[in-house]
Design a protein around this ligand. Structure first.
Ligand code: GTP
Ligand code: SPV
Ligand code: MN
Length: 590
């Protein structure tokens, strides 16, 4: 429990509004969590899975209309529309507080109000931040207890401070028409109603660690980014860290815990995962850009995860995991999803809970955005630096999207400002992680389009300023694309573990060890410098995905111009210059 006056006052106000039958403070003990698991099993909210095969694992199904983030119902509620900027949905705080309180009023009737104190980042790190989430869902409590550091020690760390983020989640009746995910960055407040899907209700994740934190980062001089963090140990034992921003369901979890190809393993290379989704980046005392992962677990995409694509993720899910919207194999009380293996269960329930025979059904068994929630410490390659309060120093930043063409496998930006430009011109095909059409190419600067808590023009400027402060200690910036396709629509690059071959090139470029081919967009590898040993790809095919097609880039350029127009005077002059320079270089090359 806490004596913090600001916390107690808010809880008392919310209690009056929500009218719960009782209040339970989550203390972080295994005893309390186990009691809640048992209670949720009784009501059917979660299902206990096979204790021998999947110890401590549970299955949960969300409502059928509540399976992904809802971007068109996500709002940034700042005093002015301009503060939210042209890429966010905006509403005035007064209007939204009223609307949301009206929706949530008395909605905890006959229910328990759970109070979750949590820390984003290691408790006690100068870079960590504290939040309190109220919820009426045990599923949310159990997920938060995996995804964040939860418990009484958070109250101790907070003390009497008023510096904490308020999070109210109310399931209400899951009415999609009254579903709202709202952020009040100026009040450090989040309110989420009528949903029970992870990204909308685990308020420490996208709502706090990206939307609210990006706003705080702008004020306080740091960056909250949609980035994985990984470490690569070379045979000499030196470890270099890379942070990479890809949009939702575009490969962050996979890259963050990849296993290098055999011949690299033989030579002694190793990869460590520091984080798979979010990075908080500060300029450290040593002047380096340092990253912490504010989370404590993975909320990963299940489909496609298998022994070959991501063995570390698969091992991570073998205990203490909550599966959401996957197939329930009734024969042995385990789980299954598309792409796990070629042996789907016959006697099963699909993600909706209806009988499903994987051998005969033409319907998918798992939802494309079905997920696993697993503790970070389950991951076989979790970094020894995972809990380091000072974070890890970043040598390279990578941006990347899902593009069938235009973007080469990898290219390097000329310098920091050009690299920021490369981040801002990212586009990617939409995925099942958010409600809406899948496969539509859209602009997604820095993979932050749905997650930036303030005006994105100002966010771009903040990036430029961070580079000025870093000076010659700034990381090198790259762009990758694992998703180029051939004329039949098949991915050309094998991806997954073989992406290590590209990371190797990136680190060599950071150390100025190899030359590259200068193109109008940046430096592209000479084909001979990407190691293809052991791969079924020849240099000609590689050249095809390293190719920069000037015609396609001419179209891309017009697209970027149109996108940039949205920002008006908020677009930093540095980026206008970068755009002009790119245009001039392209014109010269055509
Ligand atoms: P969020 O959790 O939504 O932020 O997703 P993420 O960026 O962590 O993506 P994740 O690693 O879970 O991958 C999403 C999907 O992309 C999965 O179906 C993967 O199998 C697929 N994928 C990941 N990496 C690669 C790759 O290198 N090549 C190809 N072709 N597919 C990949
Ligand atoms: C994403 O969509 O980027 C995710 C999953 O990581 S969610 O928590 O739903 O945002
Ligand atoms: Mn994500």
């Amino acid at each position: 429990m806490t004596k913090n006056k600001s916390v107690l006052k808010w809880i008392s106000n919310m209690k009056n509004l929500l009218n719960p039958a009782q209040v339970l403070f989550i203390d972080g003990t295994e005893e309390q969590l186990e009691k809640l698991r048992k209670e949720a099993c009784k009501t059917g909210e979660i299902i206990k899975l096979n204790e021998e095969k999947l110890p401590g694992c549970y299955l949960h199904r969300t409502a059928i209309n509540d399976v992904a983030r809802v971007e068109d119902r996500t709002f940034i509620c700042t005093s002015t529309r301009h503060e939210a900027g042209p890429t966010n949905n905006w509403r005035s705080p007064n209007e939204m507080y009223k609307l949301l309180y009206d929706i949530a009023r008395n909605s905890y009737n006959n229910k328990t109000m759970y109070v979750i104190p949590y820390s984003m980042g290691p408790i006690g790190s100068p870079f960590s931040k504290i939040g309190v989430e109220l919820t009426d869902s045990i599923y949310v409590v159990l997920n938060m207890a995996i995804m964040t550091r939860v418990g009484d020690n958070v109250w101790s760390a907070l003390g009497e401070s008023e510096d904490w983020v308020r999070g109210l989640h109310a399931k209400c009746n899951l009415d999609a028409e009254k579903r709202y995910i709202c952020h009040f960055p100026q009040d450090k407040t989040i309110i989420s109603v009528n949903s029970a899907y992870g990204g909308n209700v685990l308020l420490g994740k996208k709502c706090f660690a990206l939307r609210i934190a990006s706003y705080l980062g702008k004020k306080e001089g740091w960056l909250a980014e949609h980035m994985l963090i990984l470490g690569i140990k070379n045979p000499k034992g030196e470890v270099k860290y890379i942070a990479a921003a890809f949009p939702s369901a575009c490969g962050k979890t996979n890259l963050s815990m990849l296993i290098p190809p055999k011949e690299y393993l033989k030579r002694g290379y190793e990869v460590y995962c520091v984080g798979d989704d979010i990075a908080w980046l500060h300029i450290g005392k040593d002047g380096m850009l340092r990253a912490i992962n504010p989370e404590n677990g993975f909320f990963g995409v299940a489909p496609g995860t298998n022994e070959k694509s991501n063995p570390n993720a698969l091992k991570t899910t073998k205990s203490k995991t909550i599966f959401t919207n996957v197939v329930h194999n009734l024969d042995d009380n385990t789980v299954w999803w598309e792409g796990l293996d070629k042996n789907p269960p016959e006697n099963a329930l699909d993600w909706k809970g209806t009988p499903w025979n994987g051998k005969t059904s033409d319907q998918k068994g798992a939802h494309p955005n079905s997920r696993f929630t697993s503790p970070a410490q389950n991951c076989p390659c979790i970094s020894p630096e995972f809990d380091n309060p000072a974070g890890v120093p970043i040598s390279a930043i990578i941006f990347g999207g899902r593009r069938a063409n235009t973007m080469p496998l990898v290219y390097q930006a000329k310098d920091w400002n050009n690299g920021v430009f490369v981040g801002t011109i990212m586009s990617s095909e939409t995925t099942a992680a958010a409600v809406g059409k899948v496969g539509v190419v859209r602009h997604d600067p820095m993979a932050m389009l749905p997650f930036c808590g303030y005006n994105m023009g100002e966010y771009f400027e903040h990036w430029i300023n961070i580079g000025k402060k870093l000076g010659d200690k700034a990381p090198q910036i790259f762009n990758v694309n694992w998703f180029r396709t051939d004329e039949f629509g098949n991915f050309i690059w094998p991806g997954f573990g073989d992406n290590f071959r590209v990371l190797e090139w990136i680190l060599k470029r950071c150390e100025s060890k190899i030359a590259a081919q200068e193109t109008p967009i940046g430096a592209v590898p000479n084909a001979k410098d990407i190691n293809l040993a052991g791969l079924d790809i020849n240099e000609d095919l590689l050249k095809k995905i390293l190719d920069v097609d000037f015609k396609l880039w001419a179209t891309e350029l017009e697209d970027i111009k149109a996108f940039y127009k949205k920002f008006g005077d908020d677009l930093p002059i540095e980026l206008k210059k970068e755009l002009n320079n790119l245009e001039n270089r392209l014109i010269k090359s055509i």
